[in-house]
Design a binder for this molecule. Structure first.
Ligand code: SF4
Length: 170
């Protein structure tokens, strides 16, 4: 399948993976299926195990889904519940991307990453700097998706949990 910079649909998941591995963004954008036989964690399973089952309060907004939505004093707060804070930076950008989507539709909201097992909550505020970074990230994702070949393999700790491990290292 041929991709150019305009055919890839940016999602929060792609933003998350961009912060982990650019090569993975290319593989996902090109619908390359990760190794289902891998004893380690494939992408679907990985996301499932690192994100709590969405509850009944799920809100669907365009291509964005939120786990929890609540009102904090006079502010709308959207929450994303994760099992581990190990990938906190990627999760912050993912949530900020959702906040930006809401803002573009006229809704001013704040975010909160929720880690119940660690009894931890991290506020995510969409600052101007964050927005600028997100705009760059979106351009970069489009550029990566438009490449003819995936970016070169760079071994990172995440590789051991990645469903593309066989694809990248055999
Ligand atoms: S195995 Fe490593 S290099 Fe390959 S896609 Fe996964 S994270 Fe990226």
């Amino acid at each position: 399948m041929y991709f150019d910079e305009n055919t890839v649909e940016i999602t929060g998941t792609l933003v998350w993976f961009y912060k982990i591995c650019g090569r993975e963004v290319w593989l996902m954008a090109h619908s390359i299926i990760p190794d289902q036989q891998d004893d380690n964690i494939d992408i679907g399973r990985f996301l499932h195990e690192n994100t709590y089952q969405r509850n009944k309060k799920e809100i669907v907004f365009g291509n964005v889904r939120f786990d929890v939505v609540f009102q904090n004093q006079d502010k709308l707060v959207i929450g994303e519940t994760k099992k581990t804070s190990k990938y906190e930076e990627a999760s912050r950008y993912q949530l900020a991307y959702y906040l930006q989507q809401l803002k573009e539709s006229g809704l001013d909201a704040q975010g909160q990453l929720l880690y119940p097992e660690e009894k931890k909550r991290i506020d995510v505020i969409l600052t101007e700097d964050m927005e600028r970074e997100l705009d760059e990230i979106k351009l970069e994702i489009k550029k990566i998706a438009g490449l003819k070949k995936p970016p070169k393999v760079k071994k990172i700790p995440f590789c051991k949990n990645c469903g593309y491990k066989q694809y990248c290292f055999s």
